[in-house]
Design a protein around this ligand. Structure first.
Ligand code: BTN
Length: 245
């Protein structure tokens, strides 16, 4: 991962760039990385935009070809990538780096990064997976509309070398991807569950239109949140529940 690195000064979105390239059958090696200095239409989860100060952060996409993975097990890839990213963050934040289900990375209870995985499916298998990653690194001024957000520099008051960090992330993703390819689903799942933000802690959530207390006890095989509430254990899909901290 990352041996083939394409750096663009400016692009709409590195995910869109890779998607277009793949759909035109451009030959690209497994593990190709598209890195952008600036994205003018960066995309986040749920049709949101991804805003990032040009040149300060990492905004990139990795192309993987996990043809071994049936599409109904796509969350296995989400888990492998999540722990790969969190493994890197834990080096700098050993006690405060967590994976916030389902697509975010948190340090010190704030969002430092997010991922957007887009799959191109063939039959019932994932032909290509485009792993878009946005990580706030050296940005310290954030737009007022972005709440509960941080960067590595904001927390540790030092500048980080972007390409060095990208190299660490690529090695980490490669290691976890190989583990996934080798079929170590159980090991990956165990590590994932242990790195979850707010796991085993009572916290406020919003669901069924109300603010209610809940405790995350795990994630199902297909990537749904398992929450203990005052009177029962409930299972939620991504959009059915909102974290309030
Ligand atoms: C989220 O937290 O909502 C996911 C953010 C993903 C952002 C990255 S930046 C690189 C890649 N290109 C995009 O347009 N989006 C992802």
């Amino acid at each position: 991962v990352g041996h083939n690195l394409i750096t663009l000064n400016e692009v709409d979105s590195t995910n869109t760039f890779l998607k277009d390239a793949v759909s035109k059958s451009t030959p690209l090696l497994d593990g190709t990385v598209i890195l952008a200095e600036k994205q003018f239409a960066g995309r986040g989860q749920a049709e949101n935009s991804w805003q990032s100060e040009p040149g300060k952060n990492l905004t990139f996409s990795i192309l993987l070809n996990p043809f071994f993975l049936p599409v109904d097990r796509q969350f296995e890839l989400n888990k492998a990538i999540s722990i790969a990213l969190n493994d890197v963050l834990k080096k700098y934040f050993p006690h405060s780096a967590f994976i916030k289900w389902p697509n975010d990375l948190y340090i010190s209870n704030k969002k430092v990064g997010g991922m957007l995985i887009e799959n191109i499916v063939q039959g019932n298998k994932i032909r290509h997976a485009i792993i878009g990653i946005g990580l706030n690194v050296n940005q310290v001024d954030f737009p007022a509309n972005l709440k509960n957000i941080t960067s590595l520099k904001q927390e540790l008051h030092q500048d980080y070398h972007l390409i060095g960090l990208l190299g660490e992330i690529c090695s980490s993703v490669e290691a976890r991807y190989l583990q996934l390819k080798a079929g170590s689903f159980i090991k990956i799942n165990e590590e994932y569950q242990h790195q979850l933000y707010l796991r085993d802690e009572w916290a406020p959530f919003k669901f069924d239109g109300k603010i209610q207390s809940g405790k995350i006890i795990g994630i199902t095989e297909i990537g749904q949140l398992i929450l203990e509430t005052e009177d029962e254990t409930r299972i939620f899909n991504n959009k059915e529940i909102e974290f309030l901290n």
